[in-house]
Ligand binder design. Structure first.
Ligand code: SAM
Length: 175
């Protein structure tokens, strides 16, 4: 199964912590394998790791990752999500399905050369919105809905319910 990694660029400490946490949790919940963040942020790593511990994995988080080095060394396809890109529906069929995918989202401004380095610059509509929304829509379309059906074997299992919150807890004695 090809690896699906999200690279979050332009993370600013404090200011972007909530948004980057949402990028990470959305990546996990919608079917990506890992999130990489350019700026080192141990609090962010701990928050995401805590969700993985409680609700399940596998899902990896790394911060302090050099975008330049990652883009240079990446052996699969690079997709950059940007409002300036080509329409999602037209681009999806051209992205190879048998190669690892590095999915890049920005924060404020991304370096101009990213548009050249990316194999595909993909727009989720050509209006400005959010990296979280762009990521969720891309992953859902790319994985054709299967990302959201992924099973997480966590200690806490949320049981779908018409009303209220139903959460079961696995103990270590459970099979
Ligand atoms: N001017 C930016 C751009 O290039 O899309 C908008 C900045 S937005 C606050 C932060 C990130 O959200 C962008 O770097 C991009 O990854 C993502 N984003 C925002 N709107 C998007 C759209 N319509 N399509 C794809 N990605 C989008």
């Amino acid at each position: 199964m090809p690896r699906l990694v999200v690279l979050r660029m332009g993370h600013r400490l404090v200011r972007d912590q909530r948004m980057t946490t949402h990028v990470a949790l959305t990546a996990r919940a919608f079917g990506a394998d890992e999130v990489w963040v350019d700026r080192e942020d141990h609090d962010l790593e701990a928050r995401v790791a805590d969700v993985v511990t409680r609700f399940g994995g596998p899902f990896g988080v790394r911060t302090g990752v050099s975008p330049k080095g990652s883009l240079r060394r990446w052996e699969g396809t690079v997709v950059h999500l940007t409002m300036y890109g080509e329409p999602l529906d037209e681009t999806l069929p051209r992205i190879p399905r048998d190669r690892d995918l590095l999915l890049v989202v920005g924060s404020e401004k991304v370096p101009g050369d990213l548009f050249e380095k990316a194999g595909f610059n993909v727009a989720v509509g050509n209006q400005p919105h959010s990296e979280v929304a762009a990521l969720a829509v891309f992953l859902d379309r790319w994985l054709q809905g299967d990302g959201l059906k992924k099973r997480f074997e966590g200690r806490l299992q949320v049981q779908p319910s018409a009303r209220g919150k139903v959460v079961t807890t696995q103990t270590s004695e459970d099979p």
